[in-house]
Write a protein that binds this ligand. Structure first.
Ligand code: SF4
Ligand code: SF4
Length: 99
C-alpha cells in the first residue's frame, strides 16, 4: 500500500507529456472520486428486496452490503446511475447534488 507521504506528485510540463488516455494518479485511497458527482443514488431501503444486483453492477465498487442491505460509499460513487438502472424494483433514485 502506498502511504500518503510516499505518493509522488506527478507534474506535466506540457500537454505533450500527458498520457493519451484518462488515468487516475496515485492511490484510490486518496483520490476521492465522489467529488466528480453531480447526481447521487439514494436507496429506498423500505422497498429494497436485498438482491445485491446494484452491488454487482457498480463499476466503482462504491456499494457495500451491510446486514444484507446496500449502502453507497459517497466518497467514491461518481453518480453514473448504473445501480439505479439495474435495480429490478427501481428503489434507487438519482437525486441532484445540492450546490
Ligand atoms: S451511481 Fe454508479 S458509481 Fe454510484 S453507486 Fe451507483 S453504480 Fe456505483
Ligand atoms: S438492486 Fe435494488 S433491490 Fe437489489 S439490493 Fe440493490 S437497491 Fe436493493
Amino acid at each position: 500500500m502506498i502511504r500518503k507521504k510516499e505518493a509522488k506528485k506527478i507534474v506535466f510540463q506540457s500537454e505533450k507529456e500527458m498520457p493519451m488516455m484518462p488515468m487516475s494518479l496515485g492511490s484510490m485511497l486518496y483520490n476521492k472520486t465522489g467529488a466528480w458527482r453531480n447526481i447521487r443514488p439514494v436507496v429506498d431501503l423500505e422497498n429494497c428486496i436485498q438482491c445485491g444486483i446494484c452491488w454487482k453492477f457498480c463499476p466503482d465498487m462504491s456499494i457495500f452490503i451491510e446486514n444484507e442491505f446496500p449502502y453507497v460509499n459517497y466518497d467514491y460513487c461518481k453518480g453514473c446511475g448504473i445501480c439505479a438502472e439495474e435495480c429490478p424494483v427501481k428503489c434507487i433514485a438519482m437525486v441532484e447534488e445540492e450546490k
